[in-house]
Each structure stands twice: as structure tokens, then as C-alpha cells.
Design a protein around this ligand. Structure first.
Ligand code: CA
Length: 435
């Protein structure tokens, strides 16, 4: 379920970025031409090949949409949603089939991590974040006292999820989640989100016209999914409503509460950028290998600026997101908490990095391997198939390079005497092709 959410949130993030660009350019030209209508569904079958994603299945499910919603009424009633609320918010509802295109979007070109970080941790986003921190200083003081979660992390989530609120999405959450609950390949997952969204409206926590967000139903400055809202949202300003869209105290405190409930360790950083000594054994860079910082120091691991580690008894694992040619990081338990918010390594790294910049730290000091060509999705699948055919087990090839692929690449590197950093480079693909 976490993996599914990650895909939805990342895709939604990209869609939100595209949406913002479109609306900005529409505003500039609106004096001359009317703004373009929202693009409709492509009418195409989805790239996943899932039987519920064929054009025919999507059309059939769309035709059955009112019946599907009515079938969800008993579940809504069990959650305390009144018939009146249910009718008010579903009677005139039509499916937003454009979402089916987003659901199965499989971009061929995968954005390199360094470009992703450049975009999310720009100087502009750092400056905007510092303004947010100054403006809401008193609220952050109160929230830190109540929840023990670092204000810079909360501000970084706010900045990455919605660029401090101005890219939170404009699709009605009820319509998006109803569409996904009744059409396409993720209906079981989204039934719960749709029902949770109805509960929010029934309780009056968020005003209906404000309950807008990404195509996947994430809403508000820090992009709560309706089910996460249920678990984590709090009424911090005491007006009786948990309004994670319009009340900044509620937004900040609810996000802090989410991290706290997910295990945030108060006063501990998320991780450190580190430098490795010459001749370092890269097999130690393994998520499963959690040892104390003191032990890492004995192995020659240092901070680039020479500053000491705050608490040498904390346990950490070593991450090399771009292989031996890129920066290295020691990751503390709070990194895992950030990955619960949105389980993608790149996402959690962006949050941690932006938080450090907001705190006044400089950029990551070691260079990224920007010269490295990034493998396309097809090339990634080919790499996986070649590894499989050589006897390196990694499960079903899917073009996504997860932990199992990383282990298989590493084993291949060991077998050929290369530095075993697990990074899927064009060089590795070339070597596999030529064997
Ligand atoms: Ca409130």
C-alpha cells in the first residue's frame, strides 16, 4: 500500500508542477484568448495493461459510476456519514476520467536524482521557506513544544509538497477519489480514501469548496490523503475544526503529529552528508547494515566540513543514492520516518536537504555524477532482464530499480571486480550487453 501511495504522490507532484506552469501561462494570455479547457481523457488504454485499465473497461466503469457510488452508501453510513451529506456530494458527480491517464502514466525518461533535487531545493524555495519560518515563528514555537518535531522538516515538507501552498492542486478531492474508487485498477485502495473524504465533509472539518488537491486526492499545503487526515489531523487553533487547508496552525501541527506518530525522534537529525576514505568497502553501504556513528567513524567516515557528529551512539546506515561517484549520506531513524510520509528515497532526501538549507546549512558539498547518462525505463528493464538471465535474482523486471535490483547489480559488480555500489550506470548496462 505504501508503494502504491508513493507512486501516486510522486506522479501527483509532477502533475501539480505541470498544472502550475499551465495556469501561469494561461493567466498571461487570458486578456487575448480564453483559458484552455481542462484536457479530457485521452480515450486510450492504460500502459499498465491491467484489465481494468483498457479503454473499454474504463468506459464501462464510467457508465456504471452512479451505481458504483450508490453501492458505497452503506459503507459511508457505517462511518456516520448522513444520507444528506452523501446525496449533496455525490448526486451530481461525474467521473474525472483524465485521472486514468495520470494513473497509468509511465514516462520513458526518468529524471535524474540531482535534477529532482535541483528543482525542489532551489535557492528560491529556500528563501520562500525562510519567509514561512519567520512569518509563523510563534506557531512553530508552540508546535515544537507540543510535538517535538523540528520546524525545518515541517517547512520542508510544506515546500516540497506544494511550494508552500501555491501548488496544492485544484481537483475536487471527492470527485478524484470517487473516480478512482469506481474506475481503474486501484479501486479497493481508493474506496477507503473516498469514504474518508466524505467523513471530512460530513464533520465540516474542511469546507467543501476548499477540499481540492492532486488527482490522487492529496490536499492542503502538506498534501494529506483523506485517510492520513483521519489518523493525524489535529485542531491546533481550537476552533473545533481540523482544517489542514486554511488554518496554518492546524496544517503545521497536523504535519508534526503525523511525523510524531510515525516515530520521529525529537532532537535528532535525519542524517548527515559524509565523505568516505579512499579504499572504502562499498559493500558496507547497505540499508540492512545499521551500526553506530562511532563505528562508522572508525571506518574513516567523516562530515565534509569536519564538524563532529552530534551523538556518536546513534545508529545509521550508509546511502549512496548515485553510487560511488556521488555524495554519501549516513541516515538516522528519522530518515525512515520521512519515508513513511512518502516512501521514496529521493523524496525523503529532498525533504532532509531542504530542511538543512532552511536551517542555514550550505548545499551538498560532494558533486553529483551529472555526466552520467540516466537509463530510460526500457533500458532499466533491459538491465534487469540481462541480470536475470545471468542468474542474478531480482524478481519480475518492471523498469523500476528498487532495493532488489540494487543488490543484483552489486553482486554483478562483485563478480566482475568493479566497485560494488549498486548504481545502475550506462557502463553496467554496456558490460551486461557485451558478455
Ligand atoms: Ca482548527
Amino acid at each position: 500500500m505504501r508503494t502504491a501511495l508513493r507512486t501516486f504522490k510522486i506522479a501527483a507532484l509532477t502533475a501539480a508542477a505541470l498544472g502550475a506552469l499551465t495556469s501561469a501561462s494561461a493567466q498571461q494570455t487570458s486578456a487575448i484568448t480564453p483559458p484552455p479547457a481542462k484536457p479530457e481523457w485521452s480515450g486510450q488504454s492504460g500502459a499498465s495493461g491491467h484489465p481494468q485499465m483498457t479503454a473499454e473497461a474504463i468506459r464501462a466503469a464510467a457508465a456504471d459510476f452512479p451505481n458504483c457510488l450508490e453501492r458505497l452508501w452503506p459503507d459511508a453510513a457505517r462511518r456516520g456519514v448522513s444520507r444528506e451529506t452523501f446525496i449533496n456530494h455525490t448526486a451530481a458527480l461525474t467521473p474525472d476520467l483524465r485521472i486514468m491517464d495520470f494513473l497509468d502514466a509511465q514516462p520513458e525518461f526518468v529524471r535524474p536524482l540531482w535534477e529532482y533535487l535541483d528543482g525542489l531545493v532551489s535557492n528560491q524555495r529556500v528563501l520562500m521557506g525562510q519567509e514561512v519560518l519567520a512569518k509563523y515563528r510563534a506557531t512553530f514555537d508552540q508546535v515544537e513544544r507540543a510535538y517535538g518535531v523540528d520546524r525545518h522538516i515541517i517547512t520542508a515538507i510544506w515546500g516540497v509538497e506544494s511550494r508552500y501552498g501555491d501548488m496544492a492542486g485544484d481537483r475536487p478531492v471527492i470527485r478524484s477519489t470517487a473516480t478512482l474508487a469506481c474506475v481503474g485498477r486501484r479501486q479497493a485502495y481508493f474506496r477507503d480514501e473516498f469514504l474518508a473524504a466524505l467523513e471530512i465533509l460530513h464533520r465540516g472539518d474542511v469546507r467543501p469548496e476548499q477540499l481540492k488537491g492532486s488527482w490522487a486526492g492529496a490536499f492542503g499545503p502538506t498534501q494529506f490523503m483523506p485517510s492520513s487526515f483521519k489518523r493525524y489531523a489535529v485542531d491546533f487553533d481550537g476552533d473545533g475544526r481540523r482544517d489542514v487547508v486554511d488554518s496554518i496552525p492546524d496544517v503545521i501541527a497536523s504535519t508534526a503529529n503525523n511525523l510524531k506518530k510515525d516515530g520521529w525522534v525529537s532532537g535528532q537529525p535525519w542524517g548527515y552528508e559524509v565523505e568516505l576514505p579512499i579504499g572504502f568497502d562499498y559493500l558496507l553501504a547497505d540499508r540492512a547494515r545499521q551500526i553506530t556513528i562511532r563505528e562508522w567513524e572508525k571506518l574513516g567516515v567523516r562530515r565534509p566540513d569536519g564538524r563532529p557528529f552530534a551523538r556518536p551512539d546513534e545508529r545509521a546506515f550508509l546511502l549512496l543514492p548515485a553510487g560511488a561517484q556521488g555524495p554519501a549520506f549516513l541516515m538516522l531513524p528519522n530518515f525512515a520516518v520521512m519515508m513513511k510520509y512518502n516512501p521514496a528515497e529521493a523524496y525523503a532526501l529532498a525533504i532532509g536537504y531542504l530542511a538543512d538549507r532552511l536551517r542555514g546549512d550550505g548545499p551538498i558539498s560532494q558533486p553529483w555524477p551529472r555526466h552520467e547518462p540516466v537509463l530510460t525505463r526500457d533500458e532499466r528493464r533491459e538491465l534487469q532482464e540481462l541480470l536475470l538471465s545471468r542468474g542474478f535474482d531480482l524478481g519480475e523486471p518492471d523498469g523500476r530499480l528498487g532495493p532488489r535490483s540494487r543488490v543484483a547489480i552489486r553482486e554483478f559488480q562483485v563478480s566482475t571486480g568493479l566497485i560494488p555500489d549498486g548504481f545502475a550506470s550506462a557502463d553496467i548496462l554496456g558490460r551486461l550487453r557485451n558478455r
